[in-house]
Write a protein of this length. Structure first.
Ligand code: NAD
Ligand code: MLT
Length: 312
């Protein structure tokens, strides 16, 4: 029996070697399928591998008559209909560790670019404006970074921020006093974190409980001139409330890697000079893409050949 694996988002060719080398597994990487085309094609495959672009809908899963496994090369599984997968007996595996470092580094890059207005200054230079007055930044040293979500990425960000001599206050329902002490951060409620922070960065998954966690009410409690970073998931920060908070002058700046609707090329937040943004690049490094592709490929091979998976 030969198993067929479809990869529908661009994955690192160097990372999918476990699949390429496996006996009895055939791999097709076809990355420009429409939803309708994927729904039609899926019928011939035992496994589907995706990043975040492919929306694995109920209809696609239902049509996967021989589909056994969906592999997500990355952390978030919010682009996969998990209820439908469960209902059809399809296992979903992700690769939660491989892009932690890259996402943490991207968050720090956004924090520093935000504090020093680097994208805005570069943009002005491209327009032949040597404008130093408009691009005065603030130091990170001595400022408080509020970290909401102290999982893999949040912790790495907290450690790096301490390297910038920032104070860190964090909230996570699973952060204990001992762990906070060990990490050298103080622990607070969401309310306390948003009240004391000069910069706030969110690192939770997008869940019912975290959707619009940062909303109009939260903005009213923040310091004037606070700056926010979202390299986790669009929707954790209420975009409408953020827009209003920036226009009112409450929020001095925001750095966004993710949006409620992606791709977000025509978003009103992008019209504000206080907003800097990247197109969901947190995990877009050679290393992270190789890591997640290797992890998820190993799991697919293990599962199709009857072994245990690492991250079901
Ligand atoms: P993780 O599961 O290790 O950590 C998430 C943390 O959020 C957990 O510690 C959890 O307890 C905490 N949490 C859950 N609900 C919370 C709440 N209501 N308030 C505060 N904390 C809460 O995940 P991770 O690997 O650190 O990833 C964090 C986020 O970053 C995810 O949304 C992931 O999809 C996203 N991500 C984005 C990129 C990117 O390209 N921008 C790359 C990797 C990960
Ligand atoms: C993730 O959840 O791993 C990220 O959003 C990264 C990605 O898939 O590009």
């Amino acid at each position: 029996m030969t198993y067929r694996v479809l990869i529908s988002d661009p994955l690192s060719e160097d990372g999918i070697y476990p699949l390429r080398e496996a006996e009895k597994i055939e791999v097709d990487m076809i990355t420009d399928l429409t939803a309708a085309q994927l729904q039609e094609k899926i019928v011939d495959y035992d496994a589907l591998l995706v990043r975040s672009q492919t929306k694995v809908t109920r209809e696609i899963i239902a049509n996967g008559k021989r589909l056994k496994i969906i592999g997500r090369a990355g952390v978030g599984v919010d682009n996969i209909d998990l209820d439908a997968a469960t209902a059809h007996g399809v296992i979903v595996v992700n690769a939660p560790d491989g892009n932690t470092n890259s996402a943490a580094e991207h968050t720090m890059a956004m924090l520093m670019a935000l504090a020093r207005k680097i994208p805005q200054a570069y943009h002005a230079l491209l327009q032949k404006k040597w404008d130093r007055k408009s691009h005065v930044g603030v130091e990170l040293k001595g400022k408080t970074l509020g970290v909401i979500g102290m999982g893999r990425i949040g912790r790495e960000v907290a450690l790096r921020a301490k390297g910038q001599r920032m104070k860190v206050m964090a909230y996570d329902p699973f952060l204990t006093d001992d762990k906070a002490e060990q990490l050298g951060v103080s622990r607070g409620t969401v309310e306390e974190v948003v009240q004391v922070a000069d910069f706030i960065t969110v690192h939770t998954p997008l869940l019912k409980e975290t959707k619009h966690l940062i909303n109009t009410e939260a903005f009213t409690k923040m310091k004037d001139g606070v700056q926010l970073i979202n390299c986790a998931r669009g929707g954790i920060i209420d975009e409408e409330a953020l827009y209003e908070a920036i226009v009112s002058g409450k929020v001095a700046g925001a750095a966004l890697d993710v949006f409620e609707e992606e791709p977000a090329t025509d978003h009103k937040l992008l019209e504000l000079p206080q907003v800097i943004a990247t197109p969901h690049l947190g995990a877009s490094t050679v290393e992270a893409q190789e890591n997640v592709a290797i992890d998820v490929s190993h799991d697919v091979v293990r599962l199709l050949t009857g072994d245990l998976v690492k991250n079901p």
